[in-house]
Design a protein around this ligand. Structure first.
Ligand SMILES: Nc1nc2c(ncn2[C@@H]2O[C@H](COP(=O)(O)OP(=O)(O)OP(=O)(O)O)[C@@H](O)[C@H]2O)c(=O)[nH]1
Ligand SMILES: [Mg+2]
Ligand SMILES: [Zn+2]
Length: 309
């Protein structure tokens, strides 16, 4: 019998799919194993699939077209892409100013990907208890800028629960992807918001072991108050897929807004004459760090292989 279900977890060879209120362990039909060339994972968490439940394990026969997805290159300069999750209502980037530090370059690469698929994004600066006065001031500046740009930003402390009430209201009845570096407290935050989840978090005694991921696979969890969250293993870098040079600015809302004033309609706002973005930059109308991150993405874009080469 063919049933429809949602992928909650994938280990690469096995899939946990929720169908009709129960979970089924599944494998992929052969055709997907052959087709999975461009993407390292033809089936991702969040996918809606058709499955045969008559056999053990059940077999995933088909994947419905994705409403949207978050993709990154599997490794640096790799043509292969990895779909982190699909069919999302929101992306929640969890960042930390320190221990471990999250750069704005990393945040902005994820935001560019969210913009490309029109997925609303928020930024949560966790570990607020670890900040000194200067760091707190810096954090507040970043929060104000991102909120101004349309990415509401929040401060939190997963150990005390400070700042988590508002996050709970944002997660309610939505499918939210949680993403960020390893150790920023993604799983700890989820445990605070929904104590029943009881996700594994990093042992304090292991905190200096680099490259250790406490969460090892992306996994979707139901929230008792409605909605789902997808907790993911920390990502060190977020490799973008290749874009057209003059497309990148469209994924920076403040640049997109000015683009109509540029002399050339394919302006990359780099060194073209009559550029409205350059003019705004000189007058302080665009945050320096955002423009720097834009230029970095523009500059590295030429070295990226097209995903579908
Ligand atoms: N001081 C402080 N420590 C925190 C906070 N949030 C989490 N931690 C600690 O930071 C460590 C990492 O937390 P995790 O929740 O495992 O981090 P993660 O982002 O899920 O990491 P990965 O699963 O590896 O991607 C744990 O020891 C937590 O107890 C916070 O707000 N303040
Ligand atoms: Mg985790
Ligand atoms: Zn321009």
């Amino acid at each position: 019998m063919l049933q429809t279900g949602t992928v909650y977890k994938s280990t690469g060879s096995n899939y946990r799919v929720k169908t009709g209120g129960v979970f089924a362990d599944c494998v992929l039909a052969g055709k997907y194993r052959l087709e999975g060339v461009k993407s390292t994972n033809p089936v991702a968490v969040g996918d809606i699939v058709s499955l045969h439940t008559g056999s053990h394990p059940a077999v995933i026969e088909d994947v419905q077209e994705r409403r949207n997805y978050i993709v990154r290159r599997a490794t640096n300069l790799s043509k292969r892409t990895h779909i982190i999750a699909s069919n999302l209502d929101r992306v929640m980037i969890v960042a930390a100013i320190a221990k471990p530090r999250t750069s704005t370059g990393f945040i902005d690469r994820i935001l560019v990907t969210c913009e490309a698929y029109n997925i609303p994004a928020i930024v949560v600066f966790n570990k607020s208890d670890l900040l000194d006065e200067d760091e707190r001031e810096y954090r507040d500046e970043l929060m104000a800028e991102y909120t101004f740009l349309g990415y509401p930003s929040y401060a939190s402390n997963a150990l005390t629960g400070e700042g988590t009430d508002v996050l709970r209201t944002l997660l309610k009845d939505q499918n939210t992807l949680i993403i960020g570096h390893s150790g920023v407290g993604k799983s700890s935050l989820m445990n605070r918001i929904e104590p029943g989840l009881d996700l594994r978090t990093q042992d304090i005694s292991r905190k200096h072991e680099k490259g250790m991921h406490t969460t090892t696979f992306a996994e979707m969890h139901d929230l008792s108050f409605g909605g789902t969250v997808i907790d993911t293993p920390g990502v060190k870098e977020f490799g973008l897929v290749r874009m057209h040079d003059d497309e990148i600015g469209d994924y920076f809302p403040e640049i997109l807004k000015l683009k109509a004033g540029c002399r050339f309609n394919n302006c990359t706002h780099h060194n073209e004459p009559g550029c409205a973005v350059q003019a705004a930059l000189e007058e302080g109308g665009i945050a320096d760090f955002r423009f720097k991150n834009y230029l970095n993405i523009l500059e590295s874009n030429q070295y990226q292989p097209w995903a579908d080469d």
